[in-house]
Design a protein around this ligand. Structure first.
Ligand code: RIB
Ligand code: NA
Length: 307
């Protein structure tokens, strides 16, 4: 069987508190709502790709606990292949404690737990399936060496790679750039990796050029309501996105990347700029409702022109 998208990455149970604003250090404030959701950047990206119609598989580690069992069921319900989802009793399923303010902004603390126990050995079983896949996606919520091994394996067998350096780490192995067909990060990750401020389109273009020169095939810097900048070949293009009112931006970047993976797998000859335009649209839908995966659109909810 041929898969469109394989994600080697994280699963987190999102523990979300909504409050008027984010608390300061040492401060206690009243929130007005609490909910639990399925999150983690890897799983979010995988689930969004699947909702658009990609045949997707998740490679990850969860705990042998309630949250882990629940997460596996979530993948099954979403039609995501769980052949490579492992459970460990050595650590708990990852959690993300999220505070969400009234402006739809968030602050997140992740405790990766079981995610950090997925190692390069676990990837051996994936090789035969990877050989027949179209796109591999990795992030940085698992052991970075595991992500790097997966990206290398994909590159060696001619599978397109998307790398999302999130959350960004300061001393990232330079090989991450050369194993990325598409290196996709947001403003704050671009800032951390380049050491320059990134808030405007022009700054994103400069940062993107700097990152691309490190050896990536192409770079996309996402800019929230300002859309994204796509850099490939010698060129760069700003792709704006439609204005929407944001209720919860948690996981919007993952929705974008999941959509990008779907387009790369299913429409391999489509220009990257067009894929980014369509992925902007998908992510813009996700910010208009609460939660990460709960807000991700299905193919049936989207205009036919996106397919
Ligand atoms: O990118 C959003 C995700 O980051 C959340 O779902 C949370 O789990 C954190 O990992
Ligand atoms: Na959302």
């Amino acid at each position: 069987q041929t898969l469109d998208v394989i994600v080697v990455g994280s699963c987190m149970t999102d523990l979300v508190s909504q409050a008027p604003r984010l608390p300061k250090a040492g401060e206690t404030i009243h929130g007005h709502k609490f909910f639990i959701g399925f999150g983690g950047k890897g799983a979010n990206q995988c689930v969004q790709a699947a909702r658009l119609g990609a045949d997707s598989a998740m490679v990850c580690m969860v705990g042998k606990d309630f949250f882990g069992d629940n997460y596996i069921q979530n993948f099954k319900d979403g039609g995501v292949c769980t052949d490579f989802v492992k459970q460990t009793s050595a650590a708990a399923t990852g959690t993300a404690s999220i505070t969400l303010n009234d402006a739809g902004e968030n602050a997140i603390v992740i405790v990766a737990g079981a995610n950090l126990l997925l190692d390069s050995e676990d990837l051996k079983d994936v090789q035969p399936t990877l050989n027949r896949a179209k796109v591999l996606v990795c992030q940085l919520e698992i052991n970075p060496q595991t992500s790097l091994t997966a990206l290398r394996m994909a590159q060696q067998c001619g599978v397109k790679t998307i790398f999302n350096p999130a959350p960004a780490i300061p001393l990232m192995d330079q090989e991450f750039y050369t194993v990325s067909d598409v290196f996709c990060c947001n403003e704050s990750e671009a800032e951390l990796l380049t050491g320059r401020p990134v808030s405007s389109v022009e700054e994103a273009r400069d940062a993107g050029q700097n990152l691309k020169a490190r050896g990536c095939g192409a770079v996309i810097v996402t800019l929230g309501p300002k859309g994204c900048v796509v850099l490939r070949g010698e060129g760069s293009k700003h792709i704006p996105t439609a204005a929407v009112s944001a209720m919860d931006t948690t996981g919007a970047g993952d929705s974008f990347i999941g959509a990008l993976a779907f387009y790369m797998a299913r429409y391999p000859t489509m220009p990257l700029e067009e894929m980014a335009t369509r992925a902007n649209h998908v992510a813009a839908v996700s910010v208009q409702t609460l939660g990460a995966q709960t807000s991700y659109p299905f193919k049936k909810d989207l205009p036919a022109a996106l397919f």
